[in-house]
Design a protein around this ligand. Structure first.
Ligand SMILES: [Zn+2]
Ligand SMILES: [Zn+2]
Length: 229
């Protein structure tokens, strides 16, 4: 018996949505499910509209955020967790499809052709441990959906702010400043990708580093946005 089948027998897989046994994302759910698009809202206070709202703009760097689905969507949330910790390729394929579908129904002006697509990198050690960087996979899917490629523009600094130890939902904008630095020349227009945006603190730390290095417009793109229900 090949190793994959042995593993399936020891650790049976169940569809994330309908819980049928066999795979983590069954064929019927792949055909029938696509997440309801998230309403466009401010990454920080969730006021409606695709751009960072007027109140948050004075203390943040990110110009706006587009997300595929609300974090409150249980199937999407479970898929992201499964993908992140088990690097499951079937789940990765489903998420890639949701990203493509989402780009297909959005206003193309959100993804201007002169924008460079990048991602929030993991620490090198964590990336080695996981074997892949889910934020980079999001960037790859987005870039391929709009017919371009992604670039690496950021790296994590070794100094991690003490506030970074706070849980994601307790973090405030500014807590994570300094955790990213830029790599190489930074273009004027950047779309920075991640899997999830909760408080907006992490993506804003990246936007700050990019703007200090010369970017004029930094837009975010994530699979899921908002807080856990
Ligand atoms: Zn299913
Ligand atoms: Zn706001």
């Amino acid at each position: 018996m090949e190793i994959g089948r042995v593993l399936d027998w020891i650790f049976p897989r169940f569809c994330l949505r309908c819980k049928s046994e066999g795979s983590s994302w069954c064929q019927s759910c792949a055909i029938t499910f696509s997440p309801r698009p998230a309403e466009a809202c401010c990454a920080f206070c969730h006021a409606s509209g695709p751009q960072t709202c007027k109140d948050c703009r004075s203390e943040t760097f990110l110009d706006g955020l587009t997300s595929v689905a609300p974090y409150g969507n249980a199937v999407v949330r479970e898929a992201l967790t499964n993908w992140k910790y088990h690097a499951d390729p079937e789940t990765g394929k489903a998420i890639d499809l949701w990203i493509r579908q989402s780009v297909g129904v959005r206003d193309r002006s959100l993804f201007p052709s002169d924008a460079t697509i990048t991602f929030l990198p993991l620490h090198a050690s964590r990336r080695r441990h996981r074997g892949f960087d889910q934020a980079e996979e999001v960037a790859r899917s987005l870039a391929s959906a709009i017919g371009t490629s992604h670039q690496s523009l950021l790296k994590r600094t070794t100094a991690t702010a003490s506030q970074a130890r706070r849980s994601a939902s307790e973090r405030r904008v500014g807590d994570l400043d300094g955790i990213f630095e830029t790599v190489g020349p930074v273009p004027e227009s950047v779309i920075v990708c991640d899997d999830v945006c909760t408080s907006g603190a992490t993506i804003d730390a990246a936007a700050e580093a990019l703007k200090k290095a010369g970017a004029k417009r930094v837009w975010g793109f994530v699979v899921a946005q908002g807080s856990r229900p």
